[in-house]
Design a protein around this ligand. Structure first.
Ligand code: TYD
Length: 147
């Protein structure tokens, strides 16, 4: 997996990075078709799919990190921004195409915001749901980065 290697402290550590994944797109005068298959377009086994919709203007979703969950986020409809924070810096990914996914490895704080009207965010996850996997306290998240 692509990542940034940082030397120092207790040794060399790999920091995987989020990345945009372009999904297959079959253009057709009858309408376009895209798909996702595990271990092919995305580097994990799919355990769950959930989606976020009917988001009122100005609302923010996410705002946490995961201990184990890897995910791919796709704007199936409309647009929104995903803000990824590795504890040192933030990157904003604007998603607005249904054949573009944002892959997010573990260990990153992520927030979703700036939802357009009628936007539909699909999250393909490597884990089933468990509250234990969430880090919802930003200070605790930062502590995991300093270990
Ligand atoms: P949460 O992931 O906290 O929402 P967001 O991060 O987008 O603001 O999910 C909100 C609630 O929904 C959570 O407290 C429990 C429930 N939930 C499930 O039961 N199963 C799921 O797969 C997800 C994602 C959430």
């Amino acid at each position: 997996m692509k990542g940034i290697i940082l030397a120092g402290g207790s040794g060399t550590r790999l920091h995987p990075e989020p990345k945009i994944i372009e999904l297959p797109k079959y253009s057709d005068p009858r309408g376009n078709l895209s798909f996702i298959e595990e271990d092919s377009q995305i580097p994990f086994k799919i355990e769950r799919v959930y989606w976020i919709y009917d988001v009122p203007g100005g609302q923010v979703r996410g705002g946490h990190a995961f201990k184990k969950q890897q995910e791919l986020i796709v704007a199936l409809s409309g647009s929104f921004d995903v803000v990824i924070d590795n504890g040192n810096e933030k990157k904003i990914f604007s998603l607005n195409r249904s054949y573009i996914g944002l892959y997010i490895p573990v260990g990153l704080w992520r927030q979703m915001e700036n939802f357009s009207t009628n936007s539909l965010a699909m999250v393909v996850s490597s884990t089933t749901f468990t509250e234990d996997d969430y880090i919802r306290d930003y200070e605790k998240f930062l502590q995991t980065k300093s270990i």
